[in-house]
Design a protein around this ligand. Structure first.
Ligand SMILES: [Zn+2]
Length: 305
């Protein structure tokens, strides 16, 4: 007991004796920490500046997808006037026995670059694959079926808001929101309104282009019937039709199970044959072309307003 106290007292005395020195040492450490933190900040800022000013050592990539370009290529495109960014929204949902759940995403893979090419000064953000598909638990709508993935309305809006804000941060001036699926539209409209309110006076604008979806879809169906002579003659009762099928085949015939359907003698949808392969892909290509021009025109009008 006595001994223990003595040690403790000794220890205390030592601490007290060292205290002014320690305090001084602490203050010095704190000061030098602050100085080196400032130095680190300056170093970091210089490093970022250098990276941003670095010339591209390579011939530039050709893609219109931001995710397929390097940061130098994106920088140079923006500087060259590619100041429109398109955020395409897709979805993952039940689409009957033939079509992969990523239907809308697969279509957007062909469609978005075609729209961007038509505009001539636009790049595509990655397809937003996660969209509202109904209540998760208990399930509603597509969520009754395996493979469908839903996000809550607020998750979807937060995702779009952050993607659009990121694009604005890097110098895109017009952020365009388009969606291939019905459930995507309302959230995009709301986010565009919120962003424009927040971005007032910044010279940057968000544009939700509803015309791409409606009347864009109806116009495309009319085009295939009237111009291409392709019309559905019956309803197989699936969440599927010749329009989505043909456009998916442009991106990837396997996404509509082309080979398996030929083998199973199920190579048609709603009365329209999808054989031969080249003809179906050509139909899809013409539809993509039509929708791209239609979408690009709608975007041009929205940007002019
Ligand atoms: Zn859909």
């Amino acid at each position: 007991m006595q001994y223990e106290f003595a040690i403790r007292e000794n220890g205390l005395k030592r601490i007290l004796r060292l205290l002014p020195g320690s305090a001084c040492f602490l203050a010095l450490t704190l000061f030098s920490c602050l100085v080196s933190a400032q130095q680190n900040d300056a170093d970091r800022a210089r490093m970022i500046q250098e990276k941003m000013a670095a010339p591209n050592p390579l011939a530039a990539g050709e893609s219109l997808w931001i995710e397929e370009l390097t940061y130098l290529e994106v920088r140079d495109r923006i500087a060259a006037g590619y100041t429109t960014a398109i955020i395409p929204t897709g979805g993952i949902e039940e689409n009957g026995p033939y079509l992969a759940t990523g239907k809308h995403n697969v279509i957007m893979r062909s469609l978005c670059p075609a729209i961007a090419a038509d505009l001539g000064n636009a790049l595509c953000a990655p397809v937003v694959a996660f969209v509202p598909q109904g209540n998760i638990d208990p399930p509603s709508a597509a969520m009754h079926f395996p493979g469908s993935i839903s996000v809550r309305d607020e998750t979807y809006r937060a995702l779009l808001d952050d993607i659009a804000s990121s694009l604005k941060q890097h110098g895109f001036r017009n952020i365009v929101l388009i969606g291939d699926s019905g459930g995507n539209q309302r959230g995009m409209a709301q986010v565009a309104d919120e962003l424009n309110e927040r971005w007032k006076g910044s010279g940057v604008a968000a544009h939700f282009v509803i015309e791409f979806y409606t009347p864009g879809w109806e116009a495309t169906e009319r085009y295939t019937e009237e111009e291409l002579g392709v019309a559905e003659t019956r309803n197989d009762g699936y969440h599927d039709d010749i329009w989505v099928t043909a456009m998916m085949m442009v991106s990837d015939p396997a996404s509509v199970r082309y080979e398996q359907r030929v083998e199973a003698n199920l190579a048609s949808i709603n009365g329209v044959m999808i054989t031969p392969l080249e003809d179906a892909i050509e139909l899809g290509r013409k539809m993509v072309e039509f929708r791209a021009e239609y979408g690009a025109n709608a975007i041009r009008r929205a940007l002019d307003e």
